[in-house]
Design a binder for this molecule. Structure first.
Ligand code: FES
Length: 164
């Protein structure tokens, strides 16, 4: 696995670990148990950081590289937590043709994170999403439940400021 990127420090509790160990214990002898274990681990922690993958690797005797491969292959799994403010940029067709890709690029630049990641202070996470049903306002982005439409790249910094 490549060096862990700077993100929110892992803050798993003993209770979460006990819960995970029980899940592993319950599934350990099933062939193909890895997917359900990863799904439940993500439910427990909200995401699947390296620390959680290591526990699963050790307890299930599965190489960490394989677990990492599965976690990064399936989009349902996330290596990063969600931020206090969840930003979703719509990359549906209507938004995309009106430049939502540029909004996403600007957010990556301003937040210094990639798509799917969370800032190290936990304030913002950034995701691309499919059509959110507000095509008339394209290009659209959402911060938590707030919808922002007809955006230009220059608007992005001001929107972030509101949530600082
Ligand atoms: S394509 Fe973006 S809201 Fe529909």
């Amino acid at each position: 696995m490549s060096a862990t990127k700077k993100t929110v420090p892992f803050a798993g509790t003993k209770e979460q670990e006990m819960e995970l160990l029980k899940v592993i214990q319950d599934n350990k002898n099933d062939k193909g148990a890895l997917m359900p274990v990863l799904q439940q681990a993500q439910n427990i922690y909200g995401y699947l950081p390296r620390e959680v993958q290591v526990i699963i690797s050790n307890e299930m005797d599965i190489p960490l590289e394989r677990i990492y491969g599965v976690v990064t292959f399936y989009s349902q799994f996330s290596l990063y937590p969600k931020g206090k403010n969840r930003i979703s940029v719509c990359l549906g067709t209507a938004c995309y043709v009106k430049g939502s890709g540029d909004l996403l690029d600007k957010l990556k630049e301003l937040l210094e994170i990639d798509n799917g990641e969370c800032t190290p202070d936990g304030k913002f996470s950034l995701d691309a999403c499919r059509c959110v049903g507000a095509c008339g306002l394209a290009p659209v982005l959402m911060v938590n439940d707030d919808v922002y439409g007809r955006l230009k790249v220059e608007d992005v910094a001001g929107i972030l400021k509101k949530y600082e």
